[in-house]
Design a protein around this ligand. Structure first.
Ligand SMILES: Cc1cc2nc3c(=O)[nH]c(=O)nc-3n(C[C@H](O)[C@H](O)[C@H](O)COP(=O)(O)OP(=O)(O)OC[C@H]3O[C@@H](n4cnc5c(N)ncnc54)[C@H](O)[C@@H]3O)c2cc1C
Length: 375
């Protein structure tokens, strides 16, 4: 896990989750700033410390190139030899590759294209404006950083999850935790496929605990446009209906805040917090532009903040669905002796985050131990 935090993230990134929420089985943050947000170096150090205190025999720098069925078990081929085993836990992550839409191929070659895996900071960008596609956690953070470096930024915005950083004096993720929203089980979620594909929330971890929603980006001078629908004849074409997209995100955010308020009342803790409040609705530009000429020189780079996907190219077992996702039931993969951990909403909503691993690992290893005993 430390590998992805060290090599696949941009320089300014900090966790969205407050330090006190960054915990692994038997290890929690004990530093001086429990409400702060870890930098990528700190995350990597935290994971290294976990490897040390848990005394797990870690083999670093070893790549798994194939896992295939072998009799009643599996044969794992690695860059450092072969391993025969009866069970395998797949913990290779959900974000191994940037997910870039096919329409990127129609972007004129004069425009540089970057993914969050390539991007380190605004200094590496060519001259000119920047089109950031995608307004979830990655997109809003990169749009803000690039805009602050003095460049014109257009942010193309599809469906998104809006959240205030702080609600009634507490971090919004404190509310997720305390109110039980994150405890919802995968088999209680109405539309599990959708929940697993939900975009990350528009959040950033900064010492000031700033809210980085679309209103904050407009105030910084970022130009908001609709979803990138097509690139034709060198022009990026954006969907209309921005106002509807914004209203939907506002509505969902307000519903979630209602849930928090209800929990505060029913748990008898309402007096502990400031008064309920609702952020101002997201303001849509009067007439958002519907296209941008990518060949005119106005835009020097496109940053694809369009999500990530897992890479199971090394898994030679037929357990991948048509969308490239692992077929599993709460971490029990659709093949005897194969298990998964570390995927979004694996067993609970909390599974999407680092702190979700503890309960998930207990359930999955419990099943695994039973499998090995029975086999
Ligand atoms: C940009 C970003 C920001 C995030 N922010 C937060 C946050 O603020 N708070 C939070 O709680 N969670 C956050 N998450 C989610 C968090 O990353 C996951 O919950 C967590 O990383 C899952 O850990 P993992 O070890 O299962 O997977 P990963 O961290 O993805 O680690 C998987 C590891 O497997 C390795 N691997 C993959 N394939 C192979 C192979 N074939 N052979 C050998 N090794 C392989 C990878 O190199 C990597 O080291 C964020 C995720 C992303 C992408």
């Amino acid at each position: 896990m430390a590998n992805s935090w060290r090599r696949e993230r941009w320089d300014s990134l900090r966790l969205l989750t407050p330090n006190w929420q960054t915990r692994l089985p038997g290890l929690r943050y004990e530093g001086p700033d429990p409400d702060g947000y870890m930098s990528m170096t700190e995350v990597a150090e935290f994971i290294e410390l976990f490897a040390k205190v848990s005394r797990v025999p870690v083999r670093t720098g070893v790549n798994v190139t194939s896992v295939r069925g072998d009799g009643g078990g599996y044969r794992v081929t690695t860059s450092d030899g072969e391993i025969a085993c009866r069970a395998v836990v797949i913990a290779s992550g959900a974000c191994n590759r940037p997910s870039v839409p096919a329409l990127s191929q129609a972007v004129p070659s004069v425009v540089e294209q970057l993914t969050p895996f390539d991007y380190r900071g605004p200094g590496q960008l060519p001259d000119g404006g920047v089109l950031v596609v995608g307004a979830s956690a990655t997109g809003v953070q990169l749009a803000a950083e690039i805009r602050r470096s003095g460049r014109p930024v257009i942010l193309s915005t599809g469906e998104h999850v809006r959240l205030p950083r702080v609600y009634r004096d507490r971090d919004v993720l404190w509310w997720m935790d305390a109110s039980g929203v994150w405890d919802q089980r995968y088999d209680e979620v109405d539309d599990l496929t959708r929940a697993r594909r939900l975009p990350s929330p528009q959040l950033v971890g900064t010492p000031e605990r700033m809210t980085l929603d679309l209103n904050a980006l407009s105030a910084l001078g970022v130009e908001l446009v609709g979803r990138l629908a097509m690139v034709r004849d060198g022009r990026a074409l954006f969907s209309g209906g921005l106002r509807n997209v914004f209203s939907l995100a506002d509505l969902k955010m307000n519903r979630l805040l209602d849930t928090f308020d209800e929990w505060a009342l029913t748990s008898g803790r309402d007096d502990e917090f400031g008064a309920p409040e609702r952020p101002a609705p997201t303001a849509a530009p009067a007439s958002p532009r519907l296209q941008a000429d990518l060949g005119s020189g106005e835009i020097g780079a496109v940053v694809w903040a369009t999500g990530f996907r897992p890479d199971y190219g090394w898994l030679d077992v037929p357990v991948i669905d048509g969308k490239g996702q692992l077929r599993h039931e709460g971490g029990m993969v659709d093949a005897p002796g194969l298990y998964a951990l570390g995927l979004p909403v694996l067993r609970r909503r909390r599974s999407t985050f680092i702190s979700g691993i503890e309960d998930d690992a207990r359930a999955v290893t419990g099943h695994l131990a039973g499998y090995l005993t029975a086999a």
